[in-house]
Design a protein around this ligand. Structure first.
Ligand SMILES: [Zn+2]
Length: 363
């Protein structure tokens, strides 16, 4: 396909086995986190002459490269430009360095392979045998700004002996055939027409990590949205759709991919919207857990995702560079907006029977 794509694919296959083509992406099990699905993906960017590596759960692409025994230069099609011709001794030095680098890369891949096999075995032990095919749980419809259908995200659950695993699939609305086709669709925010109305009305927009939480916040009177396919899939198109908003409140999941996602989204939104706040559940992992525990919406607690990542010693090259930069950028405020912006009350939350909310079994 292209030199860089072939190189990255081969490295991935060496540690994770054959990839699966899915639209423009080839997906693999991520080598950097306990991956229940194939969250890591690669794609070739023809115009940029490079291959893109991404973990849709939010792992840093440099950590992934490291696990694959690759370097950033390996992502580019064109080799680095050659300087003046080398002498025989210089060539010999380069050759030895190249051999050493290849041996080290293979060692890294071997370590990653062993680590992934260990994780897979542990995962299989934890969940037991699969019981039947994935079951349909719910379809979430996505619309364009003008209200026309763009596509839907369908949630499935697969039952195993000891636990349930949720999965999501995208379907594009085919206007001419009047049906959904299994394909990605335009990167529109969930409930985009409502989001645009809130931008116009200068009211608060709540940004969560999944459709289920967006619908729960919406049921409590908030304008709430998310991007399809969760952490790691927030793009510039989503920023443009929020541009001009008075205030965006990001409700981050209380885990590493969640904090990474919130941190990325906060940076992407800064300058495009008036104010960005990050809050999290008082108990549990996400907004649903928070509400299920009986906490009112406005009790979501302020959090700095960057500080959380640092405290967990989740350290990346980017973090180190930011921490040591003499010109550290000022951070946007992280305290929550006044409660008046939200309409949920403890009474409203308490009046909802827990059974109503248990329609999605998979966690
Ligand atoms: Zn990952």
């Amino acid at each position: 396909m292209s030199p860089s794509f072939d190189r990255v694919r081969d490295a991935f296959e060496a540690v994770a086995g054959p990839g699966k083509q899915s639209g423009q992406w080839m997906t693999f099990q991520c080598p950097c986190h306990d991956d229940h699905h194939a969250s890591a993906a690669i794609a070739h960017n023809q115009s940029g002459g490079r291959t893109v590596v991404r973990c849709f759960a939010g792992c840093d692409d440099r950590d992934i490269l490291d696990r694959l025994g690759l370097k950033v230069v390996d992502l580019f099609d064109e080799p680095m430009r050659r300087e003046a011709p080398l002498s025989a001794s210089e060539r010999a030095v380069r050759k030895r360095a190249g051999e050493r680098a290849r041996a080290e890369a293979e060692q890294r891949r071997e370590a990653t392979r062993a680590d992934m096999a260990r994780r897979r075995a542990e995962l299989e032990r934890q969940r037991g045998d699969q019981l039947g095919e994935p079951e349909f749980v719910r379809a979430y419809l996505y619309e364009r700004a003008d209200g026309t259908p763009a596509g839907s995200v369908v949630r499935y659950v697969t039952h195993y002996e000891h636990l349930d695993v949720k999965t999501f699939r995208q379907f594009r609305w085919d206007k001419t055939r009047k049906r959904y086709a299994p394909q990605g669709f335009d990167p529109v925010l969930y409930h985009l027409p409502e989001v645009r109305a809130a931008v116009e009305a200068r009211t608060t927009i709540v940004l969560v990590e999944g459709e289920k939480d967006a619908d729960r916040a919406r049921a409590l009177g908030a304008t709430a949205t998310c991007n399809a396919m969760g952490a790691g899939s927030f793009t510039q198109a989503h920023v443009d759709q929020l541009a001009g908003a008075e205030r965006v409140v990001i409700v981050t999941d209380r885990d590493e991919p969640g904090y990474r996602h919130a941190q990325t989204v906060r940076e992407m939104l800064s300058g495009a919207v008036g104010a960005v706040y990050v809050v999290q559940a008082l108990t549990g992992k996400d907004l649903s857990d928070h509400l299920d525990a009986g906490h009112p919406f406005e009790d979501l607690e302020p959090v700095d995702p960057e500080a959380e990542l640092a405290a967990k010693r989740v350290c990346t090259v980017k973090d180190v560079m930011r921490a040591t930069s003499p010109h550290a950028r000022p951070q946007p405020p992280t305290h929550p907006p006044p409660p008046t912006a939200m309409s949920a009350t403890a009474a409203q939350v308490a009046s909802r029977s827990p059974a109503q909310e248990k329609d999605e079994v998979a966690r």
